[in-house]
Ligand binder design. Structure first.
Ligand code: XUL
Ligand code: CO
Length: 436
């Protein structure tokens, strides 16, 4: 059965003058940018949860989308139909990767054993589909937040029984990610946080979370899983205080608990903005630590204070993100995963195409512009010049940690007041706009 009959052909690149809403205007997969194809730079992935399981539900209304692959009530059949729809979509969109939670591929069964059985059967089929189509798994993860058993957390649950359940579930999720050749495995601690300290032993919870991650590393090594482990920071929602608040917090946690060698970060734009940062801030903090591993590309709405997970159309933000990615030499084995969902009123399957085409074009265009900015070097030269006082004399001594407060006091007694220099923000913003 065809699930997207309205889309006959693969979505093609037609260039920015095309008026065809079902064509790429900027994403030209084989176009070379600084010696690498666009496809290799961007490594786009479709998020199975929003695109195939999302029903347009919001806090005031239940699922509203009417999807052909959700018609069956039998769990196995529904999972199979969803898989068929997913691979039809990947192919028609011409996207190289996808990402899933275990419970996106197949719903939970009546108990752990049945859940594993349904999952295993669908994984066998997914493996065939990957082989048939060449579409690959960017990352897998476990849903440790949807089921009521995780109400008080997973690895940070006050009940060891729930910790054990989460461990059993993640073990299987790593197994299936490994079986499907997943290039990364993501940990997003949906409920790893707390609502009130009146009932919370923060020390125990943080230590347990670290122990959980150590066990995951040990297990992955034991089975020979070579994918990159990633942690996805988010400051809140559904919890009020989430332990993986932002890049800086996660890096501190990984260092404190001796996990830094085994993890990188998956940065999601809307999570960074919930933490009160521009996304490029969190990307930069992760990248400077050598720990930027992947991106969940989406955007929030400045007028709404929650995780709206919209498809990314903000070209400014995308350019700033791509500047960080290009300067660190790329994002592989990570990629750009559309952790984004349609608005409730965008109820047709064509809307799924428009949304992804828009997101892919936004990042393709951002890639081209960011590369041009780097080639021209205007911003780099400005920054270099701005800090040039550290390249010689007293500045050089400071950077080499070869000075002292006494010497610097003598320096000031001799030289007096410094000149105040302009940061030229407005001029630089104008230059940035000249690239659009
Ligand atoms: C939730 C979120 C998750 C993770 C994977 O805000 O971003 O979908 O990406 O669990
Ligand atoms: Co995400």
């Amino acid at each position: 059965m065809e699930h997207f009959p309205g889309i006959k052909e693969h979505v093609q690149f037609e260039g920015h003058e095309s008026c065809n809403p079902l064509a790429f205007k900027y994403y030209d997969p084989n176009r070379l940018v600084n010696g690498r194809t666009m496809q290799d730079h961007l490594r786009f992935a479709v998020a199975y949860w929003h695109t195939f399981q999302g029903g347009g539900a919001d806090i005031f209304g239940s699922a509203a989308f009417n999807r052909s692959w959700h018609k069956e009530t039998d769990l196995y059949k529904r999972a199979e139909n969803t898989l068929d729809a997913a691979f039809e979509f990947f192919q028609k969109l011409n996207v190289p990767y996808y990402c899933f939670h275990d419970r996106d591929l197949a719903s939970e069964g009546s108990d752990f054993v049945e859940s594993c059985r349904i999952l295993e059967s669908i994984v066998t089929k997914a493996k065939e589909k990957q082989k048939e189509t060449g579409v690959k798994l960017l990352w897998g993860t476990a849903n440790l937040f949807g089921h009521p058993r995780y109400t008080n957390g997973a690895a940070t649950n006050p009940d060891a029984h729930v910790f054990a359940y989460a461990a059993a579930q993640v073990k299987v999720a790593i197994d299936i990610t490994h079986e499907l050749g997943g290039e990364n495995y993501v940990f997003w601690g949906g409920r790893e946080g707390y609502e009130t300290l009146l009932n919370t032993n923060m020390k125990r919870e943080r230590e347990n979370m670290a122990t959980f991650l150590h066990m995951a590393v040990t297990y992955a090594k034991r089975i020979g899983f070579k994918g990159q482990f990633l942690i996805e920071p988010k400051p809140k929602e559904p919890t009020k205080h989430q332990y993986d608040f932002d890049s800086a917090t996660v890096l501190g946690f990984l260092r404190e608990f001796d996990l830094i060698e085994d993890f990188k970060l998956n940065i999601e734009a809307n999570h960074a903005t919930l933490a009160g940062h521009d996304v490029e801030h969190d990307l930069m903090v992760a990248s400077l630590a050598g720990k930027l591993g992947s991106l969940d590309v989406n955007q929030g709405d400045t007028l709404l204070g929650w995780d709206t997970d919209q498809f990314p159309t903000n070209i400014y933000s995308a350019i700033k993100s791509m500047l960080v990615v290009l300067k660190q030499g790329g994002i592989a084995p990570g990629g750009l995963n559309f952790d984004a969902k349609l608005r409730r009123s965008s109820c047709t399957t064509e809307d799924l195409f428009y949304a992804h085409i828009g997101g892919m074009d936004t990042y393709a265009r951002a890639l081209l512009i960011a590369q041009k900015m780097i080639d021209d070097g205007v911003f780099d030269q400005f920054i270099e010049q701005r800090y040039s006082s550290y390249q010689s004399g007293i500045g050089k001594k400071i950077t080499k940690n070869d000075s002292s407060f006494e010497e610097l006091e003598r320096y000031i007694l001799e030289k007096g007041e410094p000149d105040i220099r302009s940061g030229r923000q407005e001029m630089l913003e104008n230059i940035f706009n000249s690239y659009l």
